[in-house]
Design a protein around this ligand. Structure first.
Ligand code: ADP
Ligand code: ZN
Length: 223
């Protein structure tokens, strides 16, 4: 089953995707995480991607799409995968349909997480991530802080703020791209009709865990 997580920055896509991944054993494929891992390892891909990411722009489709196609073709994604941060524009969505078709698959479930706009910027500013690239757990210093300030609960590595979360120009640019290029995907998937688009609202009162449980129920229904 191929699940897509849609939603603006800081809505908890990654957190929800991680919980679904743990419960289904399907990999969470986060394009942002793959780019950040490459940046920390200073690979050619990372150096190239960072030129765009540091400014809050999308990494070009020519780089992103083949990277996702390759990841989806790996053995561990045979049964299913949770895409987190991809697709992010119509072109990527169309290409994804083609890639999956060639594999005899399709997008089965699209989950759209929505958060009140005024909460989004605050969420980006209070987000911290584990600096261990194999862990990369995300915390929010207000909504779900780590047990010890600045230290990852899971692996003990230091937590840090993402470069693109600490720069107001990059924040604004990402929100603008989200509105213009990514938000239209909700309509794209709705029109396809072949799948269920669930709009789950995430707010301070309703955290990632509850949302993930709702989605797992949907996944079970779809199997
Ligand atoms: P956020 O949702 O907070 O923007 P992500 O980790 O999903 O965080 O993405 C961080 C950055 O990585 C994006 O701003 C963009 O530069 C790049 N990126 C991630 N996914 C894609 C994608 N599908 N296409 C192009 N660029 C991407
Ligand atoms: Zn960690």
């Amino acid at each position: 089953m191929i699940i897509i997580m849609l939603g603006a920055q800081g809505t908890g896509k990654g957190t929800v995707a991680g919980i679904i991944s743990e419960q289904t054993n399907w990999p969470q494929i986060s394009t942002g995480d793959i780019f950040r891992k490459n940046i920390s390892e200073k690979t050619e891909l990372g150096i190239e991607a960072n030129k765009y990411m540091s400014k809050g722009n999308l990494v070009p489709d020519e780089i992103t799409i083949p990277m996702v196609a390759d990841r989806l073709s790996q053995e561990d994604a045979k049964q299913g995968a949770i895409l987190d941060g991809f697709p992010r524009n119509i072109k990527q969505a169309q290409k994804l349909d083609e890639i999956l078709k060639d594999m005899g698959k399709q997008v089965d479930l699209v989950v759209n997480l929505s958060t009140p706009r005024e909460e989004i910027i605050d969420r980006m500013l209070t987000r911290v991530v584990c600096s261990n690239p194999d862990c990369k757990t995300t915390y929010n210093t207000k909504l779900h802080p780590p047990k010890v300030e600045g230290v990852c609960d899971k692996c003990g590595a230091p937590l840090k703020q993402r470069e693109d979360d600490s720069n107001s120009e990059a924040i604004n640019r990402r929100l603008e791209i989200y509105e213009n290029q990514t938000a239209p995907l909700v309509e794209y998937y709705k029109e396809k009709g072949v799948l269920r688009t669930e709009t789950v609202s995430v707010s301070i009162n309703r955290m990632g865990k509850d949302v993930a449980q709702d989605i797992i129920q949907l996944v079970k229904k779809g199997e």
